[in-house]
Design a protein around this ligand. Structure first.
Ligand code: GDP
Length: 303
């Protein structure tokens, strides 16, 4: 059994590829991006993974449901609501259902499992925690929710990443059970700081994962992110902006690190300075074939 820790971009694409090769996986979704919008509980990474695994994702955008419309949100705007985050009509239906079930007393893990059933997803998709947890970005002028930062990209120096709720949030029971029966943990090409790092910040998780065999894939290719603010975040926190910097972030945790062929010049340094086994391959997932190919490459490195 394998546990995969995932965000909603690179992680969701990778998990989609992996699920075409094996069903012996549990996927743990980052919930640091969760946010209340229009009184609804929006869980961006959970949904992106769920939409990807069900084949319903809007592949062009990389989020949301394909062929969705935005009638409700336009109308909400006319009523004075903000619309900095795009929520389609079908997507809103999911948030309504989630919010209703949460209000009825179900945990986020139970709600996600029920939604997954309705979406025909038969791989366990598990939110990292059922508790309040939000990632915030501290800028020199203000502190804002990561989702708002991701979409608005406001000016200003990033001073810190804050995991709000970290002290009290417990890993979900389902997450701990998945780890219990896993020999391997995969860290896919998700944002290390605000997708994987969020999950790793939960109580005891680093220690438990440290006892497993861990394999990771770098989300940087030639020092650039495919999407999202990883480069800006790494720069601000003084990490070298390339796969060495990512490996440094995972130092002591990763046994094997897969980096893009374009960064193969870093392999020797990662091996020598950080003591990881390093393999290189083409890590860009443009098509579903690429996703399966990269996942296969990862599976083949795990004896
Ligand atoms: P988020 O929740 O939307 O931020 O998504 P993730 O954390 O799962 O993934 C974001 C990271 O995925 C970014 O740093 C991207 O560089 C990386 N990424 C996206 N697509 C690819 C890809 O095809 N290959 C690789 N190597 N990284 C990717």
């Amino acid at each position: 059994m394998i546990t995969v820790l995932s965000g909603g971009g690179g992680g969701a694409k990778f998990v989609d590829g992996l699920s075409s090769l094996t069903h012996d996986i549990s996927v743990i979704a980052n919930t640091g991006d969760d946010i209340q919008i229009y009184g609804l509980h929006v869980s961006p990474d959970v949904d992106t993974i769920m939409y990807a695994l069900s084949g319903k994702i809007d592949d062009k955008k990389g989020w949301g449901i394909k062929n969705d419309t935005f009638v409700c949100q336009k109308y909400l705007k006319s009523l004075g609501y903000e619309d900095w985050i795009s929520l389609g009509d079908k997507d809103l239906a999911v948030h309504i259902k989630r919010t209703e079930l949460l209000k009825a007393g179900k945990t986020l893990a139970e709600v996600t499992s029920e939604l997954c059933k309705r979406f025909g997803v038969n791989i366990p998709l598990i939110p990292m925690t059922d508790d309040y947890f939000q990632t915030h970005i501290e800028l020199d002028s203000k502190t804002i929710h990561f989702e708002e930062y991701y979409i608005k990209r406001p000016e200003g120096k990033i001073k810190n990443i804050i995991y709000k709720g970290k002290e009290k949030a417990k890993p979900s029971e389902e997450f701990l059970n998945a780890l219990d029966i896993s020999d391997w943990v995969i860290l896919p090409p998700s944002n290390p700081l605000v997708s994987i790092g969020t999950i790793l910040s939960l109580k005891d998780i680093k220690k438990i994962i440290g006892e497993k065999k861990v394999i990771g894939v770098s989300p940087l290719i030639q020092g650039r992110a495919i999407k999202g603010p990883l480069v800006e975040l790494m720069k601000s926190l003084d990490y070298e902006v390339n796969s060495f910097g990512v490996a440094k972030y995972y130092e002591g945790l990763l046994d094997i690190f897969i980096i893009d062929t374009m960064e193969s010049d870093l392999a020797e340094r990662i091996r020598g300075e950080l003591g990881m086994e390093v393999f290189t391959t083409d890590t860009l997932m443009k098509t579903r074939r690429d996703r399966a190919r990269l996942s296969k490459f990862v599976l083949n490195r795990m004896d």
